[in-house]
Design a protein around this ligand. Structure first.
Ligand code: FE2
Ligand code: FE2
Length: 204
């Protein structure tokens, strides 16, 4: 599929049937923020729009359906990823984006795949979608959204904003007494190193 041929309006209609209203609005918000970030970061805005819109396309599936698709269709999901059910929709959303929405672009599919847990050494495009999901306007955390939008304008700002996201994610997991996947800890440590480097670059 050539991304310019992707029909956004048609995808929105189909998505509306698969998500509840809150999740649909969040998807639109993520799409808009992804496009805003793509402008700031000089990344592909068309692909950002598609990835942002579809990143949660399987979010409203029941857990047994998510687990069945992971078991039957996906080979790259590790047992450690199954610790927290809230993250299961990410690999399945990438699968549905490809199977049902016809997305074949590997960068879009990978960004959807990793938008919940993240991974060590994410591409800028993957980081951008991860970030858009966390700071879109329907999340009602305007202060944090503005902080991240300011950070991304700095040198290596994407690393700085991602680090802030991981800080908040880990704090929230602890507050809610949820398990922290070891991947999350590894990504946090990776981002800690790159954000320290970025801070030095911006100071110097
Ligand atoms: Fe999600
Ligand atoms: Fe999301």
């Amino acid at each position: 599929m050539v991304c310019t041929e992707f029909n956004i309006e048609e995808a929105k209609e189909r998505l509306k049937e698969q998500l509840n209203e809150e999740r649909y609005n969040h998807s639109i918000g993520t799409m808009e923020t992804a496009m805003e970030l793509a402008d700031i970061l000089h990344l592909d805005k068309n692909k950002a729009q598609i990835a942002g819109l579809l990143h949660d396309c399987a979010k409203c599936y029941p857990n047994d359906k998510l687990l069945k698709i992971i078991h039957d269709e996906l080979t790259d999901v590790q047992d450690s990823e199954l610790v927290n059910y809230k993250t299961l929709h990410a690999p399945v959303s990438a699968y549905i984006a490809k199977q049902d929405f016809g997305v074949t672009d590997p960068e879009i599919l990978s960004a959807i795949r990793w938008h919940t847990l993240g991974k060590v050494e994410m591409s800028d495009f993957e980081k951008m979608i991860f970030l858009a999901d966390k700071i879109e306007k329907n999340r009602h955390n305007e202060e944090f959204r503005n902080e991240c939008l300011t950070l991304v304008t700095l040198k290596n700002g994407l690393s700085l904003a991602m680090f802030r996201c991981y800080q908040e994610t880990i704090k929230s997991l602890i507050d809610r007494k949820l398990a922290i996947c070891h991947v999350t800890i590894s990504v946090y440590n990776d981002l800690l190193a790159s954000s320290k480097l970025a801070e030095q670059q911006n100071e110097g």
